[in-house]
Design a protein around this ligand. Structure first.
Ligand code: BMA
Length: 378
């Protein structure tokens, strides 16, 4: 109310001040729907943790692109609140992703999920811009891909002044063209969370902590955002900073590009054994605290269960994520396995215990966030 009264006197100025008070995206020119999404997600931290699933709308281990189908919905009756998509190989100008998914179908499903009022997140396993040019890399396992960590010169080679800088600009141009095409029927740009250069601490991608310097990593981020936001004038993106498992805030923040670039502090952690619960508890504690101190969003943007555990969802994951303001938890794709299917393999997409996670008052699936109207669409 106070800012409303002041705004009667100093309209232009107070709009900015009032804006500055509320949690807001790093992009000062973010579209209305993007600002609304950011604020809704920030508010939802208090309500519960959204469930997200990678490629949920594109395929499952037993089916391939059936419009509107979803493993999550098949199993629970509801879509995930957050739908994940992957753009690896878009940079090459290909029609299909590294997982053989058609980019035009991805765009279609992004639009469908936006229409339903769901949240969209996009990852990018970009090929290695340096080693992919070396024919010898083809003979190596993962040679030329995002996982090729054979050279420490990659990030330097694409930054301004680097030998691959022009090529990298073409890659970003292709991303920009795809992003610009993500529009609703009335032409409204569809807001989404973009999580490139992920799992920085892991050093199994060419942008990892052991493969480039912290400064280069930060420069890569800043260059990318400035290219998409300032040069291409794309204002419907929330940017997610992300690491793999870390044990301290200091380790987490290595190479952080800055609050003027980043909207979300997220972490990926998979369960590799009994210590997982404690490690996740520790990491989510300092990541979410730091995020809220900076007025940023949070997520456990990739996680996955321990093989053989029947009740992982309700006894390991749920108790820890319930302790902290974690915006969403996303589990990775159910890769399509035709040969496995032919051999009569298991066809259930989730264990029974997933229903306990679904039924928990702490978790939010699509129907629960539809009521929130996260984009404040009319
Ligand atoms: C990885 C694996 C790969 C996949 C990649 C991008 O974690 O699932 O098979 O190509 O993600 O989706």
């Amino acid at each position: 109310m106070k800012s409303f009264i002041i705004s009667i006197f100093f309209t232009g100025l107070t709009v900015c001040t009032a804006y500055g008070k509320d949690p807001s995206p790093a992009d000062k020119k973010a579209t209305k729907e993007t600002v609304n999404l950011f604020r809704s997600l920030y508010r939802l931290h208090n309500k519960g943790v959204m469930y997200g699933h990678q490629d949920d709308l594109m395929y499952g281990s037993t089916w391939w692109y059936e419009k509107d189908r979803s493993d999550t919905r098949d199993f629970t009756g509801d879509y995930p609140a957050v739908a994940g998509f992957e753009l690896g190989h878009l940079e090459l100008g290909n029609e299909r992703s590294l997982d053989s998914v058609s980019f035009s179908q991805i765009a279609e499903q992004i639009k469908a999920h936006y229409k339903r009022g769901g949240v969209i997140t996009i990852s990018w396993h970009a090929d290695n811009p340096l080693t992919m040019q070396d024919p010898a890399s083809k003979s190596r396992r993962q040679g030329g891909t995002a996982w090729d960590v054979s050279s420490k010169e990659v990030v330097a080679s694409i930054l301004p002044g680097g030998i691959n800088h022009q090529m990298f600009n073409i890659w970003l141009d292709r991303l920009a063209a795809f992003f610009t095409g993500l529009r609703d029927d009335d032409g409204t740009p569809i807001p989404f969370i973009f999580r490139p250069y992920h799992e920085h601490s892991g050093s199994f991608f060419w942008w990892g902590t052991d493969i480039c310097t912290d400064k280069q990593y930060s420069d890569l981020w800043r260059y990318t955002v400035q290219f998409l936001r300032d040069k291409k004038k794309i204002h419907n993106i929330l940017y997610a900073y992300n690491t793999d498992r870390v044990t301290s805030l200091e380790q987490y923040m290595r190479g952080y590009p800055g609050d003027d670039i980043i909207d979300m502090l997220s972490i990926d952690m998979y369960d590799r054994g009994e210590k997982f619960g404690g490690e996740l508890d520790n990491a989510l504690g300092f990541v979410t605290r730091e995020a809220l101190n900076r007025t940023k969003l949070t997520a456990l943007s990739e996680t996955g269960g321990r093989r053989g555990m029947q009740d992982w969802w309700s006894t390991v994951l749920l108790p820890v994520v319930s302790k902290y303001p974690v915006g969403y938890v996303l589990t990775w794709r159910h890769a399509y396995r035709s040969r496995f299917m032919m051999a009569g393999g298991q066809t259930r997409p989730f264990p029974d215990d997933f229903m306990n996670f679904y039924n928990s008052p702490r978790t939010l699936f699509l129907k629960e966030i539809q009521g929130e109207n996260v984009y404040k669409k009319k």
